[in-house]
Design a protein around this ligand. Structure first.
Ligand SMILES: [Zn+2]
Length: 508
């Protein structure tokens, strides 16, 4: 196997996972298919919908066909990469399974699965602390013994990370599983946590796992596949997703969109242009026999999901993943809470977000939440920690950000130059979203490639104070027509014309 990352944005990565069946474009979502019966033939998932990889359940195959089951590709008719689950989910839901960790490892190899999962012990979303500890210990124990029984070196193995909402356990599990010979890692337990709409906890879990796993292994957010939350998952660093939601919702007459799921009978029009929705109306769907409607809805749900994955990969490549996450987060207040939780992880997002190699592209700032995006955090941090003013420019003059960009092309700046000739004056700009921008940097990305809605509530004086202190000027003038900014050691003036008068006072 190889996992090659070609582009990054935030903590998300776009790349290619190579398995013995071919290449899988990541981030990737695998539709979950029933090994026994499907209303949509699995081969269509690749040809028609563009899914490079699917997942099915080896435990259900074992139960249905017994130990002499056919090859999983032959069984499903799907030629691409197939991942098989091990029955751990059934273990979580029903409390037991009729197989054991060694049997299911050997069985997955035998049926030709391309990526297998060991039979771990899922923590789930409701476990008590002692129960969670037990599941982590048992998962690690089973991982060690399962790996010894592998025979086929061309098959890949997934080592699930358990611990649920107990982040120290997630950390411990990730470190130990990450040191073993697995090629991918699913993060277990998100389903119950997502069913409770606890998206902020999911953010904590993903970041904890990412910080403790080898970065060159794909992370799989197990059981997460609603289109409205995929962008967030990718931005946090998840590479693989799987989802049965398309089929489960269809069974329940529910219609998926990137803004949430709707009951078909509550819609009056179909807000989609997929081959199903462009051919049929909401009424046509409702009038169909249940079985046909279920299939049509499942197809629509698959189209919506694959088109969202394409939109995410495109956003990631062009560096606009933040905007997509911000938009999708407004689909549901709980998802927006998760978006707010990103504020706790600004360093994590900033560390992974590429500084170079990214096509410069305008960034949008909507409100104070947008101020946590890496480009803003990075500038505000570096301008205080790593920047020194030109030595000869000992008098700092701070102008409000002019409307024109780059700032040095503005009338305000040109006027200032006429009054304060080159030499000892260091003209800087201040305002949202970047805090302080020295004039000589104002043309660099992204300081002039942004659009900001005013009134983000940013505390600009804090940035000014830190910057002025760090650069030990002989004299500092802050030009503030409203005279609301007061900073120790600086003189606040209403207009740039007033600066000369105050300089003359010094040199009569
Ligand atoms: Zn549609």
């Amino acid at each position: 196997m190889s996992f090659e990352i070609s582009e990054r944005d935030l903590s998300g990565r776009a790349g290619v996972l190579r398995t013995r069946r071919g290449e899988v474009k990541t981030p990737c979502l695998m539709p979950v298919i029933n090994p026994v019966k499907n209303s949509i033939p699995p081969r269509e998932l690749k040809d028609l919908f563009g899914y490079d990889m699917i997942i099915t359940n080896s435990y259900l195959i074992l139960k249905h066909f017994g130990s002499d089951a056919p090859d999983v590709h032959e069984l499903t008719g799907y030629e691409g990469t197939i991942m098989t689950d091990s029955g751990a989910y059934q273990l979580l839901i029903y409390g037991g399974v009729e197989t054991d960790p060694i049997e299911i490892v050997k069985f997955q190899e035998r049926i030709g699965s391309d990526i297998g999962v060991i039979l771990d012990t899922p923590t789930g979303g409701f476990a008590s602390r002692p129960e969670a500890e037990k599941t982590v210990e048992e998962t690690i124990k089973r991982a060690r013994s399962s790996l010894e029984f592998r025979d086929d070196p061309t098959m890949l193995w997934a080592g699930p990370i358990q611990g649920g909402r107990y982040l120290d356990l997630v950390r411990k599990c990730a470190r130990i599983m990450g040191s073993m010979d697995f090629q991918t890692h699913p993060l277990g337990s998100p389903v119950q946590i997502m069913e409770g709409y606890d998206y902020p906890t999911l953010v904590d879990m993903i970041v904890t796992v990412k910080r403790n796993l080898p970065p060159d292994r794909p992370l799989h957010l197990f059981g997460a596949g609603h289109p409205m939350m995929l962008a967030m998952g990718v931005a946090l660093g998840c590479d693989l997703f799987d989802s049965a939601a398309y089929a489960l919702f269809a069974k329940d007459d529910r219609y998926m969109t990137v803004r949430g799921t709707f009951r078909l009978d509550r819609l009056s029009e179909l807000p989609c242009n997929c081959p199903i929705c462009s051919r049929l109306s909401q009424k046509d769907l409702l009038d169909m026999p249940k079985k046909n409607r279920e299939e049509a809805l499942a197809r629509h749900n698959l189209y919506v999901t694959s088109s969202e994955m394409r939109a995410i990969r495109q956003a990631l490549r062009e560096g606009s993943l933040w905007e997509l996450v911000e938009t999708r987060s407004r689909s549901h207040p709980k998802l927006y809470e998760a978006f707010k939780r990103l504020g706790k992880y600004t360093n994590y997002l900033e560390e992974n977000d590429p500084v170079i190699g990214k096509e410069p592209r305008g960034i949008f700032i909507y409100d104070r939440r947008s101020l946590i995006r890496p480009e803003v955090i990075r500038h505000r941090k570096r301008i205080i920690e790593n920047y020194s003013r030109p030595v000869c420019k000992e008098i700092g003059v701070f102008l409000q950000n002019p409307p024109e960009k780059p700032y040095i092309r503005s009338k305000e700046y040109q006027d200032a130059l006429k009054i304060l000739p080159e030499g000892e004056f260091h003209i800087c700009f201040y305002g949202e979203p970047f805090g302080v921008v020295p004039s000589e940097l104002s043309e660099t990305f992204p300081l002039s490639q942004y659009e900001c809605s005013q009134g983000t509530g940013m505390d600009v004086s804090r940035d000014l104070r830190k910057f002025i202190r760090a650069n030990s000027y002989r004299k500092v003038f802050i030009i503030d027509p409203g005279s609301s900014i007061m900073i120790e050691g600086a003189m606040t003036l209403r207009s740039i014309e007033d600066v000369r008068g105050h300089l003359d006072e010094d040199n009569p």
